[in-house]
Design a protein around this ligand. Sequence first.
Ligand code: HEC
Length: 103
Amino acid sequence: MMAVFSGCELLDPNPEATVTRAPADTSIAVPHSGKELFQYWCAGCHGIRGHAVGNDITSLQGYTGTFDVFDAALTQGPGIMPRFPQLDSSMRHLIFDYIKTFE
Ligand code: HEC
């Protein structure tokens, strides 16, 4: 079970910890594009091209979910995935559009 987190050290799975840490750490540039947002918040678990770094993590390659399903995952945090209240609607759309480029 712990192996699932081995690639996620930069992405604290505790959503509250992520929210309080990110704005205070001025050494990290605020990401703006879907690619930057994905690489900052998601790639630690889902892989740089969505191939997932552990067996219990959903591959995002060829993702067929609708935006509503995707949005619900970020809001609810299925399984061991954290919730992402810090990502607003425009950020979620940027990330959604970006993961659609994974093959
Ligand atoms: C700490 C690891 C972790 C991080 C960080 C993470 N995820 Fe996940 N994600 C998971 C796991 C594990 C699952 C499978 C959950 C389950 O169904 O048990 C998952 C599932 C998903 C799903 C599939 C939901 C569905 O069933 O349709 C989507 C979409 C997704 N993640 C998107 C993202 C995005 C976008 C980000 C970044 C904002 C992100 N994840 C960050 C671990 C993570």
